[in-house]
Design a binder for this molecule. Structure first.
Ligand code: NAD
Length: 293
């Protein structure tokens, strides 16, 4: 059984990005990312801070824009309009989920698709469907596919079950996995899927993106399968200083012994997500340079 080292692979991906960053800097361009956080959701704060920290480590410009939990739709829209117009900003992301009074779709629709480094704008979703490489692909799914590729896991003709159909993970991941070059045969399962464990037992690769601690148990997994755990869940843990620890959607201890390869949580998909966000920001800056030349 191999533990797929997301941290190591993310570091390799970032090293490639670093070269592109230096090439852009030589042309006088510093990639810039703006991260908008509405409210004080603790998990969102952690994600936003780690994204900003990584930008700093990579020598790219970042700006964190914090809005109060009772921010209005118009206030958020105005922030996005300003960022769309700002030269120094190449990538914009609005951390999900926003508070309930905010219509996330309206916000995403307003982001300039060329700055939509989360890949949620309909133009980029369309480009993903059409396999147009000029679009931006959501970071977590592209991180999963990159992790498989860099780990030498065969996806061509593989039966993959993706559990979860969200716009952030499940749906774009299914599109990426079935695309030319990856060539998997994909089944997307969700909360209404029947006989999920039996379906998963046929899979060569299972991707769990559900948001439920330990949901995928040993009886979901055939011997020799590859399991990618996207879930990030907090469970109380009095032995930890912060009072909780992070676990995935897979019951790791019972599943791992059956696997050919498995991602840990933390240290699997999470670091890949941030690496791919940096790549998307660098790509946005590069496309702008091309556009202006
Ligand atoms: P979501 O809540 O939007 O979607 C969950 C999906 O799980 C839904 O499509 C639903 O149909 C499916 N589901 C729920 N119960 C089910 C059941 N009983 N059987 C089968 N399917 C069921 O969540 P999301 O935004 O896609 O995130 C999923 C998980 O991934 C969460 O734990 C989240 O924290 C994590 N996540 C991690 C990263 C990362 O960087 N590693 C990024 C995004 C999300």
């Amino acid at each position: 059984m191999t533990i797929l080292d997301g941290k190591k692979i993310a570091a390799d991906v970032l090293a490639e990005c670093q070269e592109e960053i230096e090439a852009l800097k030589a042309k006088g361009v510093i990639p810039g990312l703006a991260v908008v956080l509405i409210g004080e959701d603790p998990a969102s704060q952690v994600y936003v801070n780690s994204k900003v920290r990584k930008c700093g480590e990579m020598g790219i410009y970042s700006r964190k824009i914090e809005l109060p939990v009772d921010a209005t739709q118009e206030e958020v829209l105005q922030v996005v309009r300003d960022l769309n117009a700002e030269e120094a900003i190449h990538g914009i992301l609005v951390q999900s989920p926003p508070p309930p009074q905010i219509d996330e779709h309206d916000i995403i629709n307003l982001i300039d698709p060329r700055k939509d480094v989360d890949g949620f704008h309909p133009v980029n979703v369309g480009k993903l469907v059409m396999e147009d490489p000029t679009g931006f692909v959501p970071c977590t799914p592209s991180g999963c596919v990159r992790l498989l590729r860099e780990s030498g896991i065969e996806t061509s003709g593989a039966n993959v079950v993706v559990i979860g159909r969200s716009l952030i993970v499940g749906k774009p991941l299914a599109l990426l996995l079935m695309a030319k070059g990856v060539n998997a045969t994909v089944t997307v399962a969700h909360s209404r899927t029947k006989d999920l464990a039996a379906l998963c037992r046929q899979a060569d690769i299972i991707v769990a993106a559900i948001g439920k601690t330990g949901f995928v148990t040993a009886d979901f997994v055939k011997e020799g399968a590859v399991v990618i755990d996207v879930g990030i869940n907090r469970v109380e843990d009095a032995t930890k200083k912060r009072g909780f620890r992070l676990v995935g959607d897979v019951a790791y201890d019972e599943v791992a012994p059956k696997c050919h390869a498995i991602t840990p949580v933390p240290g699997g998909v999470g670091p890949m997500t941030i690496a791919l966000l940096i790549c998307n920001t660098v790509k946005a800056a590069g496309l702008r340079v091309q556009e202006n030349s």
